[in-house]
Write a protein of this length. Structure first.
Lengths: 308, 248
């Protein structure tokens, strides 16, 4: 068998960080992020990026020396990705925030609307309904994060979560402020508008949940093989005939229905921004599918059937 | 630790070569370059018109107050025209960031229309002259810089001017802008300009007065960052030029 020598250089300064002599390919299945020769526990694996080329892509966990285009002396470059946070923690923080922030406004904490209106409740039933829907949406997301989602990459940079939290929590506060305001005006078309919105909301939430379950089933038992998602017996998944990312389609639908239910411009603005962001993600995912699978259904669009 | 290297590939780059991702940035083609030259020439001319207008008005009136009215129309036209630059970045014919350019152009357009045009009472203020002069000189230099760059014939004077005059012009412009917004505040409050309050069927409220105050506050983190970035650029580009000259 072959013995390797491995040297690890800093990607920017090219300074040698460590040198391993007589590395047996079986023993050290390195590359990716399992290099423990960087003995300082500060550099936990998730924040290590090891690559063959200083500016190249990170090597994945599973790669082993024998299969890489290296000679018997391998030179690898190390980049510190900065503090990382696991995806589960990310989602829990991002979703728990809006859930509880909304309650501050719904229950009209004294500092929110002034002391005259403190702890009062709205005379409009739609305001109670909106609170139930909003909370349901985020509780569902929290449950999915814990029990349903399977994440391919382990982590995300810590800096992102600060930015994301500001955005999601800030918007939640802004829209909750108007919906629960003492001067809130119920929808112009009354109960018909509200009923329509509720039905649409429930359909979209059920749809979104069905898609998440379907996607999760694709990766049963920790399998890392990527597969094309297909419609199942569940009618909500039939959107897969037409779009690559029906989960995003349903998500936008849910927010549109919430906008109709509350007839509130800030909600509409949030819906618009969600739509833009999800379209970007959907297009990205769609093109990844198209590149990876030769037999990918050509009728599918990214997020809106036949259109986008 | 220098273990003997066995024969075979043991290059520092692992025989991998520096495989860079395929360069997607195209750069302007001949047609785009022609268009950009025309665009920049037109903008240079436009701002020269504004400069001339200011000087003529000053000479005619004998004082530097209330010169805004003389150049109101070309200012609005050419400053608004700069919105095209966002499209230039979006279509990739100019290598700048879309977001950064959009931010810069929108802030100018905001001051031109949403403050100076909308609040008639501030049009007499001297602060307006302050930022108009700063903008005029900056833009004439900037657009001629781009024109010459595109034609691959950039006189050192223009490059020097672009990366040096900002040291004075930038704070001058910012002061003019802030003073103008500040002057507009009482009139905005009085007229309830661009503001909507509860209750209304859209369940939305917006207070332009508060918004303007937030805009003013935003200058505090943003201005130093941009200013020091420009200083850094200056050091990089002008000293690089010095080295070039010495080696000739």
């Amino acid at each position: 068998f072959v013995l390797y020598q491995v040297e690890i250089l800093d990607w920017k300064t090219k300074q040698q960080l460590c040198f391993l002599d007589k590395v047996n390919d079986n023993i050290v299945e390195m590359a990716g992020d399992s290099i423990y020769c960087l003995a300082d526990p500060h550099w936990y694996p998730a924040r290590q990026s090891i690559r063959l080329d200083p500016k190249g892509k990170s090597l994945r966990d599973e790669e082993i020396l024998q299969h890489l285009p290296v000679g018997t002396t391998a030179t690898l470059y190390f980049k510190d990705l900065g503090p990382q946070i696991g995806w589960t923690m990310v989602f829990l923080t991002e979703y728990a925030g809006p859930l509880f922030i909304y309650f501050l406004f719904y229950f009209r904490m004294p500092f929110v609307y002034g002391l005259n209106d403190k702890l009062t409740s709205s005379p409009h039933p739609v305001v109670n309904l909106a609170c139930i829907c909003h909370s349901f949406h985020y509780i569902k997301r929290l449950i999915e994060t814990i029990f349903v989602h399977r994440f391919s990459h382990g982590t995300m940079p810590l800096r992102n979560i600060i930015k994301n939290c500001f955005y999601y929590w800030g918007f939640a506060a802004w829209l909750a402020y108007y919906i629960n305001h003492p001067l809130y005006t119920p929808p112009s078309y009354g109960q018909n508008q509200i009923n329509f919105a509720v039905i649409m909301f429930l359909i979209c939430e059920a749809g979104n949940f069905s898609i998440h379950i379907t996607l999760s089933d694709l990766r049963r038992h920790g399998s890392k093989i990527r597969k094309i998602p297909y419609p199942t017996k569940n009618p909500f998944t039939w959107l897969f005939f037409f779009v690559s990312c029906p989960n995003y389609t349903y998500e936008v639908g849910a927010w549109i229905s919430f906008t109709i239910m509350t007839q509130c411009v800030p909600v509409g603005l949030f819906t618009l921004l969600c739509f833009i962001q999800m379209t970007v993600w959907a297009k990205d995912k769609h093109y990844t599918y198209v590149r990876e699978f030769k037999d990918y259904p050509s009728i599918r669009m990214a997020i809106i059937p036949f259109l986008l | 630790m220098a273990a003997p290297r066995s024969g075979g590939a043991s290059r520092a780059d692992n025989g991998y070569g520096s495989q860079q991702p395929a360069r997607r940035r195209k750069g302007p083609g001949a047609l785009a370059t022609a268009y950009l030259v025309i665009y920049n020439v037109v903008m240079t001319a436009g701002w020269l018109v504004i400069a001339v207008g200011l000087v003529r008005s000053y000479l005619t009136k004998g004082s530097y107050h209330s010169l805004y009215y003389a150049i109101e129309k070309p200012l609005k036209f050419f400053q608004t025209g700069a919105l095209l630059e966002i499209l230039h970045c979006a279509f990739g014919i100019v290598p700048s960031s879309v977001v950064l350019t959009a931010f810069q152009v929108m802030s100018r357009v905001f001051l031109t229309w949403a403050v100076t045009h909308s609040v008639k009472e501030v049009q007499n203020e001297d602060s307006v002259l302050l930022f108009v002069v700063a903008w005029t000189i900056t833009e004439i230099i900037r657009y001629s810089f781009y024109t010459f760059s595109l034609l691959n014939h950039l006189p050192y004077l223009i490059k020097w001017a672009r990366y040096t005059l900002f040291i004075v012009l930038y704070p001058m412009g910012v002061s003019g802008e802030l003073l103008t917004i500040y002057a507009a505040l009482p009139f905005v409050r009085q007229a309830g300009l661009y503001s909507i309050s509860l209750p209304n069927k859209y369940n939305f409220s917006f207070d332009y007065y508060t918004f303007l105050i937030l805009v003013m506050i935003s200058y505090i983190p943003i201005f130093p960052q941009l200013y020091f970035h420009m200083l850094h650029q200056r050091r990089k580009i002008l000293s690089h030029n010095e080295e070039h000259k010495k080696s000739e």
